[in-house]
Design a binder for this molecule. Structure first.
Ligand code: XMP
Ligand code: MG
Length: 181
């Protein structure tokens, strides 16, 4: 990843740290959901890498599905008005649903998603995110599983993009400021 890594100012979370944390989250989720009807709901596209790795660290039968949402607003700040671009294929009624997210920033997207999914009568609904920026929170959403709390910096890699690039970086990093313009 030498070519892509040239655009990164600072690595916040290494590939090894991600792996280790995801193992821990997977073990915890395995314990918590034993005997339940676990369904993972990944939010496209940012959560794809996390979903792939996390699901393989959960030692239980489970189903998984994806949703795509877009929030109106600028690329760095969401408005809280969310449109469903791709809905789930599988019904969540009666299931123990765990939303899998890349990052919780203002919390507005998740707060909307949570309300929408609760309306479909899952048995339970919890949230798991690999990254959390608590300083930016506007909506009061309870997050059940958090990988890393990070400072208020725009990050890329491991599913997260800038202008649709850098999702394939295996670590989480901060872009060089000159690349934003
Ligand atoms: P909320 O509604 O919690 O939005 O404000 C979360 C969504 O905002 C995007 N987001 C980021 N994307 N680097 C990114 O690549 C970031 O640092 C970042 N912070 C927020 C992301 O799409 C997330 O799902
Ligand atoms: Mg996202």
């Amino acid at each position: 990843m030498e070519n892509l890594a040239k655009d990164i100012d600072e690595i916040l979370i290494t590939e090894e740290e991600l792996k280790q944390k995801i193992k821990e989250l997977g073990s915890q989720i395995t314990k918590d959901y034993e005997g339940k009807k676990l369904m993972l709901v990944g939010v496209l596209k940012g959560a794809v890498m996390f979903m792939a790795d996390l699901s393989r660290c959960i030692d239980l039968p489970l189903s998984l599905d994806f949703m795509a949402v877009s929030s109106y607003g600028s690329s760095t700040h969401s408005s809280g008005i969310v449109k469903i671009i791709k809905d789930l294929d599988i019904s969540i009624e009666g299931k123990d649903v765990l939303i899998v997210e890349d990052i919780i920033d203002s919390g507005l997207t998740l707060s909307y998603l949570r309300k929408t999914l609760l309306g479909r009568k899952p048995k339970s609904l919890k949230i798991c995110t690999i990254l959390d920026k608590p300083e930016r929170r506007e909506a009061d959403v309870k997050v059940d599983y958090v990988g890393f709390k990070i400072p208020d910096k725009f990050v890329v890699g491991y599913g997260l993009d800038f202008d649709e690039k850098y999702r394939n970086l295996p670590f989480i990093g901060v872009l060089k400021p000159e690349l934003y313009s």
